[in-house]
Design a binder for this molecule. Structure first.
Ligand code: HEM
Length: 429
């Protein structure tokens, strides 16, 4: 369902701006969400009244009942049309998932080497900035993720980014494409709380993305080596374009933001990288123990700053869910559920010191919960391992450069566009 700016708003004037403002503020302040999450965990019956699951056990149980708690809650926010994440697991979902699995399998062969290669190039591009500030998103993360995910569209990638008639290696056109998909992805996060202008922007870019993909459908069909009907290719290409890149870039920025807020952790990790650098230029890329250490940090940083702190589900039929309180909570048909992943990842039932930042924590039997920022159960992010590989490479690249800090002196270092960071200015110390 599209809501266009031409449609009368159901909300009184001003109220939408206020609720959107609160929503964006909460997304930028995960500490506040964690504090509310702690209350919901402590008194789970409150979550029951509100239709929210917060304890780790409750969240797992809700996310493993896709027929009772449906992903269709996302559908209204998919401005570029239906895609896997908003579908019930029907026949269309199954065919589309097979197509996606085929594309992701290609990344098995290319990652992490392709990400490392991209990072090594961009590290050299950052060095000349010296003490001058640069944008970590525009000058680094955006392009690394673009290159590392090249195999998703294979031979068609550059054509998709340039459009049917554009010059294939024009970075201006590529940047336009990356912004286009960011606005579409932003709508999934902001949902119908977004102001009408923001929703309209998502619609305009969704339309542009649809025509872009329609214009290069043949290239994608060839690259994917599929004989699927064009409509299937188009739905999946449009969906894959907006779901893959922006969320990964944004998670990278969130991870770095969290790391820079923890100077001791940053220093310790840098010290290890610098130590390896002294042993030879490739050591830092080849040392498996170091890569594992950085990956553990990426996961821990994302636990503190998940891009999806909450997930929504539709409730198609009357049901109940186990909140952890003495009585199950009733969920009336036609309602919605809010799943507080950010609360579940800090549940002391997992570990009494779970509130501590500890990349080396042994999650033991709860290892699966360590990845909860990617969802859980059958609808968990199918690309989570690849995304973490790419972010691990990106972080290694930053650790071998001079020490990074948020830029000072020229206004705010971090600029937001709704709940997403649009700019993160940093400089070397
Ligand atoms: C750090 C980056 C990423 C994060 C944090 C992330 C997070 C998530 C989360 C939380 C979900 C579950 C949503 C729900 O259950 O309602 C999800 C689903 C999904 N993600 Fe990711 N994701 C990332 C990167 C990617 C990439 C790179 C791709 C594609 C190449 C991708 C494709 C998908 C798809 C297709 C689904 C829907 C799966 C289904 O419903 O069966 N994601 N992602």
């Amino acid at each position: 369902m599209k809501l266009s700016a031409g449609t009368p708003d159901a909300m009184p004037p001003g109220l939408r701006s206020i609720t959107y403002g609160i929503f964006c503020w909460a997304n930028r302040h995960p500490g506040a969400l964690r504090a509310i999450g702690a209350v919901l965990r402590r008194w789970p019956f409150v979550g029951g009244w509100l239709g929210t699951a917060a304890r780790a056990d409750a969240v797992k149980k809700v996310l493993t009942r896709p027929n009772s708690f449906s992903n269709t809650a996302h559908a209204a926010n998919l401005s570029a049309g239906d895609y896997l994440i908003g579908m019930d697991p029907d026949a269309t979902y199954k065919t589309d998932k097979l197509l996606l699995d085929g594309r992701l399998a290609v990344l098995d062969a290319t990652l992490p080497a392709a990400a490392d290669l991209a990072v090594r190039d961009y590290v050299e591009k950052l060095r000349p900035f010296g003490k001058k500030s640069f944008d970590l998103i525009e000058n680094y993360l955006m392009w690394i993720v673009f290159r590392a995910m090249h195999p998703l569209f294979g031979e068609a990638t550059d054509r998709v980014a340039a459009g049917a008639t554009g010059s294939l290696d024009d970075p201006g056109l590529q940047r336009q494409y990356l912004l286009e998909i960011r606005y579409v992805a932003g709508q999934l996060l902001a949902g119908n709380s977004a102001t009408l202008r923001v929703q309209r922007r998502a619609e305009l870019n969704a339309d542009a993305l649809s025509s872009r993909i329609a214009g290069v459908g043949k290239d994608i069909q060839l690259a994917w080596g599929t004989s699927c009907p064009f409509g299937v290719i188009k739905r999946n290409a449009v969906g894959l374009a907006w779901i893959s890149h922006p969320v990964t870039v944004q998670s990278g920025a969130l991870a770095v933001q969290e790391l820079l807020g923890r100077p001791d952790v940053h220093k310790a990790l840098r010290a290890q990288a610098q130590q390896l650098l002294k042993m030879g230029p490739n050591q830092v890329w080849e040392d498996k123990a170091f890569r594992k250490l950085v990956q553990d940090h990426v996961l821990e940083l994302l636990r503190f700053r998940p891009i999806f702190p909450l997930l929504a589900r539709d409730v198609p039929r009357d049901t109940e869910f186990e909140t952890g309180a003495r009585h199950n909570a009733k969920c009336p048909a036609g309602g919605k559920m809010a799943i507080w992943g950010i609360a579940a990842m800090f549940d002391t039932a997992i570990d009494k010191d779970i509130s501590q930042f500890s990349p080396a924590r042994n999650w033991g039997a709860n290892e699966d919960l360590r990845w909860l920022m990617f969802g859980y159960g059958t609808r968990q992010c199918p690309a989570m391992v690849y995304a973490v590989e790419i972010l691990t490479s990106a972080l290694i690249g930053l650790l071998i450069l001079p020490e990074l800090q948020l830029a000072r002196g020229e206004g705010k270092a971090i600029a937001y566009d709704g709940p997403l960071m649009s700019q993160m200015r940093v400089s070397f110390i």
